[in-house]
Design a protein around this ligand. Structure first.
Ligand SMILES: [Fe+2]
Ligand SMILES: [Fe+2]
Length: 164
C-alpha cells in the first residue's frame, strides 16, 4: 500500500471534500489529488456498472479513463516542481481504495449533479495553475481543467440518456 501523504484526509470522501476547496495546494495536497484522481477511475467504473444504457455506460467509462490520465499529469506536475515524480498507485496500492467505494444511487439527477462538480474542477485546476509557480506544472493543470469540462458535458449527455 502506498502511504497517505503527510496530513492527508483519511478517506476518499473526506479527500474529495478537502481537495475541492483548495486553491493554493502544497506538494502534499497535490499528492492527495493524484490518489483522488486515480481512485476516480474506479468510481466511474462503478457508476458505469450501475447504468444499463450502453451509450451512457461508454461516456462514464471514458471519463474514468481520463481521470487516471489526470492522476499521471498531476504526478508529472509534482515532478516538474520538485524534481521527483510522485508514483501513481495501482488500485491495489491506492490507500483511498482500501475501504469499499462509497455507494451512490445512480440516476438522471445524480449524473446531472456530478456534472456540476466536474465543471467546478476546471476552476480548481485553473487556480492551481495560477498559484503553482512552475510553467510546466501549470500547463498540466490547465489541461486537466479543460478535460474536466468535457467530463461535465459527458455527464450531461449520459444524464439525458437515462429515464427520469
Ligand atoms: Fe480529473
Ligand atoms: Fe473529471
Amino acid at each position: 500500500m502506498q502511504p497517505l501523504p503527510q496530513g492527508a484526509p483519511a478517506t476518499l470522501t473526506e479527500a474529495f471534500g478537502y481537495i475541492t476547496n483548495l486553491k493554493t495546494p502544497s506538494i502534499e495536497d497535490m499528492k492527495v489529488m493524484v490518489l483522488v484522481e486515480a481512485a476516480s477511475k474506479n468510481l466511474y467504473e462503478a457508476i458505469a456498472e450501475a447504468v444499463s444504457d450502453p451509450q451512457a455506460k461508454a461516456l462514464l467509462q471514458a471519463n474514468g479513463r481520463e481521470e487516471l490520465a489526470h492522476a499521471h499529469r498531476v504526478a508529472k506536475a509534482i515532478g516538474a516542481i520538485t524534481g521527483t515524480d510522485y508514483p501513481v498507485p495501482s488500485p491495489e496500492e491506492n490507500p483511498y481504495l482500501e475501504a469499499p467505494l462509497p455507494t451512490y444511487t445512480v440516476n438522471k439527477a445524480m449524473l446531472a449533479s456530478l456534472a456540476a462538480v466536474e465543471f467546478a474542477g476546471d476552476d480548481l485546476y485553473g487556480a492551481w495553475a495560477e498559484h503553482c509557480g512552475n510553467a510546466d506544472a501549470a500547463a498540466l493543470f490547465r489541461l486537466n481543467g479543460r478535460e474536466e469540462i468535457g467530463h461535465g458535458e459527458r455527464l450531461q449527455q449520459a444524464s439525458a440518456l437515462l429515464a427520469a
